[in-house]
Design a protein around this ligand. Sequence first.
Ligand code: SAM
Length: 312
Amino acid sequence: MIYQHLPVMVEEVIHYLRPKVGSKIIDCTLGAGGHTEALIKRICPGGKILGIDLDLRAFEATTKINQKNKNCLTLVNDNFKNLEKIANDHKFNQADGILLDLGLSSGQLQDQARGFSFLASGPLDMRFGRQTDLTASQILNTRSLEKLIEIFKNFGEEKLAVPIARKIITSRKISPITEPVQLVKIVSAIYRKFYKAKSKINPATKIFQALRIAVNQELENLENVLPQTIKLLARGGRLAVISYHSLEDKIVKDFFRRESRDCICPPELPICQCGHLKKLKIITKKPVLPKPQEIIENPRARSAKLRVMEKI
Ligand SMILES: C[S@@+](CC[C@H](N)C(=O)[O-])C[C@H]1O[C@@H](n2cnc3c(N)ncnc32)[C@H](O)[C@@H]1O
């Protein structure tokens, strides 16, 4: 199966990152290379793009781009939480643009062996890359009741976190939870108990999201990478972040707000004591949303929010 993914808000990303011939751009989430391909067309020859992804399979999709623009593209299989080191190793500091298109690609979702989808027949794995050992199945079968509740509440905002976690603990005593279908059955049974009406979306949606975030430490990675992007951008360079749920968007929004202000002391302090200086200008006062036509053509885009900042 070829790795495929329809890139989200490509036009908007190009508009805000303003790539020009000769620009130096970092795509922290290469995926199937859709954004990278659009960027390469505008910066090469002469420009350079660094494509990073945790998933080795992401690089399969870029062989086509690679051949056409061999000298333009550098590929690195790593976690973007190590961005500063990766960029320094490959001489990508003073970048003109950085892109973070968070979450997972359609190729990953459709891959049965990865366990991201409710329908997948393979193991409940959910790792973006093989650099870590912890899988979703290990979390479900080894974590305490309290820890499961915390994961489901914090990363899934799941209202039924407590009964679902309890049911997981009793179920795993009978047989370990190793496949998506087992988890879907458990969560659906709890939903049926609490809600009479059938929901339009799969009741296990939030639990799957929570597990994926926990397995890949998605929120920590995002918190770690954002300050590094400021260090790596040239003055006037821009960062574009596409997020797909409120937890990610809040991290980006709060970071942009904090770093666009000179003083971040609590309001009750009469004089500034923090000495904090603003490092960026917010370009998108409100998040940019996909056009209705894009959502029709690519329903995955419906939850996307794009925020952009510029280094000052
Ligand atoms: C939404 S997809 C990107 C799609 C891409 N923009 C395209 O046009 O095809 C997100 C990608 O980011 C990767 N990813 C997620 N977290 C990562 C991390 N911490 N470090 C590196 N790659 C990561 C995933 O493996 C996935 O391939």
